[in-house]
Design a protein around this ligand. Structure first.
Ligand SMILES: [Zn+2]
Length: 246
């Protein structure tokens, strides 16, 4: 998820605030014409307008179902959303904090309820969205320093997901589990996907560790939620055994 600004300002005193939906519509029509080389449509997936009545208006560009043309090398893997305005040289809208959290709520719904479960899967260390200028191949100030400084406010990933294992950590766990002797999972490949053998392995682990089955590890009827603590335990057990052996 990449955030941009369009560098198009409102020609009144509040450059980054918009007054009416008519203004929004004509701005969107203008954006359709702005890069004819990319096609006569709005190249961003969505465009956000900070309204002077404190509302946030989100307009569909290419929409969330189509590939945008906004961030080199990331158009297929990420959504690009532009805020209408110039957030480098002009002041932030008065209600920007609330508008960014409204935007975050929209993203949360997209992620949790609309099938965009990988939204935010790749993100910088300190934020849940990228600014255009975070892309290594971009030489741009986009989305402008003033907006960039506020990107940490866009938080849409639920806490438990936030602390779940990232891909590289999971890979380390996977390799550590795979290397155990005697082999776990009857020597089968550990693919990281919950399934029948995961279930068998969790049961076997519970039995081996004399845990009260179904009472201790994970969430009942949810193998996706139960595999993580189980594999973490296995890793700790292995580490402890190594320490004792030395
Ligand atoms: Zn940009």
């Amino acid at each position: 998820m990449y955030v941009h600004h369009t560098v198009i300002v409102d020609p009144d005193v509040t450059d980054n605030e918009w007054q009416t939906l008519e203004e929004v519509k004509s701005s969107m029509r203008r954006l359709q014409q702005i890069r004819p080389d990319l096609g006569l449509d709005v190249p961003y997936n969505m465009v956000a307008f900070c309204m002077s009545d404190d509302e946030l208006v989100l307009c569909e560009g290419r929409g969330v179902g189509r590939t945008g043309a906004h961030t080199r090398n990331h158009n297929r893997s990420a959504l690009g959303i532009a805020f209408q305005g110039d957030f480098e040289d002009q002041a932030l809208p008065g209600n920007i904090d609330a508008q960014l959290s409204a935007f975050a709520e929209w993203l949360r719904d997209l992620r949790n309820n609309q099938g965009f479960s990988k939204l935010g899967y790749s993100r910088p260390d300190d934020k849940q969205v990228w600014g255009h200028r975070d892309s290594p191949t971009a030489s741009t100030a986009c989305p402008g320093q003033n907006l960039y400084d506020k990107l940490t406010l866009i938080r849409f990933i639920d806490e438990e997901d936030d602390i779940a294992m990232d891909k590289s950590t999971w890979r380390i766990v996977q390799l550590a589990l795979q290397a155990q002797n005697p082999p776990l999972y009857a020597g089968r490949a550990i693919d990281g996907k919950p399934g029948r053998y995961t279930h068998i392995a969790i049961r076997a682990f519970e039995k081996r560790m004399a845990l009260e089955a179904r009472g201790v590890i994970g969430i009942l009827n949810n193998p996706a939620a139960s595999i993580w603590p189980a594999t973490r335990e296995l890793l700790f057990v292995t580490a402890a055994a190594d320490l004792i052996a030395e």
